[in-house]
Ligand binder design. Sequence first.
Ligand SMILES: [Fe+2]
Length: 261
Amino acid sequence: MRSGQIHDTDDPVRVLHLTDPHLFGHTAGVLRGIVTHASLSSVIEHYRAGGWRAHVAVLTGDVIQDDAKAAYAECRKLFAQLELPIYCVPGNHDIRSLMREALAEPPFHYCASTVSGNWLIVGIDSCAEGRASGYVTDDEQSRLSAVIAASQAQHVMVCLHHPPISMGSAWLDAVGLDNGEEFLARLRSTGKVRLAVFGHVHQPYDELHDGVHIICTPSTCRQFMQGSDEFAVDDHPPAYRRISLHADGRVQTELVWVQHD
Ligand SMILES: [Fe+2]
């Protein structure tokens, strides 16, 4: 596990959240009517063209769609344009052995942690081999506890792929985090976790659960229909999220939709 310092002032730590790009090994790859390389490019271009600048990016999985090593190479090329350290975790569509190898070197940090001012950011692997639903193993939960215990930071942001809460959508809840309740209880028990961000469900979510912000950012490609009990996509555009982590533990976020043809 890698650890680093990205920011050391009292200004808010600014985090760019991107998720579920579903890239292919070839740039023309289409997923449910969207060229995923082009839609991610639009998102990155929108960030670069705006005035808001992040200190760090987090990427919460489903980096690739076609099981191709070349898709991770495309990921490296596109994300290099951000000129940011990128803390990434795998999703159920990732091949962990390929991802760990392809995204282990800077600017990428795989399932790693970093301290910035009063905040500790930790990437958690929530994937379970061979299935779409997730599970945070005892080992991974122990690693999280150890990283928190070893840090002077007073506030913690956790990044994972699967939602630790119900989405109110039968088909998505069937592929959620199998031990979400237990994991959330573990987060609460630390007394320091203020924020958990996830992907996987390709739709926005932003709720406070017993003092912990639980936040999802829609995909950089196709979105799923909110509240649907069966699989359904909708026509919301690609998106990213701007997150500000204040030194006193407050969290502010702004969801940004990116028009894409
Ligand atoms: Fe996904």
